[in-house]
Ligand binder design. Structure first.
Ligand code: NI
Length: 135
């Protein structure tokens, strides 16, 4: 029987959404406040879900302590209190939109979690705006 287990996580980060050769006016029209030239922060909330068979010995899909440690090491520590545009190599060529941050997180976690488990990442950029990626 397959069960989904989830872990919530959190990081604060700054970003700016803009197209380099557009004017500030054009960027504001498309990206709104997220194109503020001096960057701005978000309180990102994350829900990482794994779906898999329950281990008959442990009774668990995954030890949530292990998942907590993976998220801390590979997502929270590298992203928390960072400027995504300037500090994270990946976003020097990829727009740091919620959609792309969600995919970035999924791709990193996918390498750390057994492939017999389905991985889904939900990323909240604001309490009301969130995106979901599951590969
Ligand atoms: Ni923003």
């Amino acid at each position: 029987m397959k069960v989904t287990v989830s872990r919530k996580a959190h990081f604060n980060a700054a970003h700016r959404l803009y197209i380099e050769n557009w004017s500030d006016k054009e960027n504001t029209k498309v990206f709104g406040k997220c194109s503020n030239p001096n960057y701005h922060g978000h309180n990102y909330e994350l829900i990482v879900s794994l779906t898999g068979e329950i281990d008959p010995v442990t009774g668990m899909v995954i030890d949530l302590k292990d998942l907590k440690d993976i998220i801390k090491k590979y997502i929270e520590d590298p992203l928390d209190h960072k400027n995504l545009n300037l500090d994270v190599e990946y976003f020097k060529s990829v727009m740091p939109s919620a959609e792309n941050i969600c995919i970035y997180i999924w791709e990193i976690l996918r390498k750390q979690i057994d492939l017999d488990k389905k991985l889904e990442v939900v990323l909240f950029e604001t309490p009301r705006n969130f995106v979901k990626f599951s590969g």
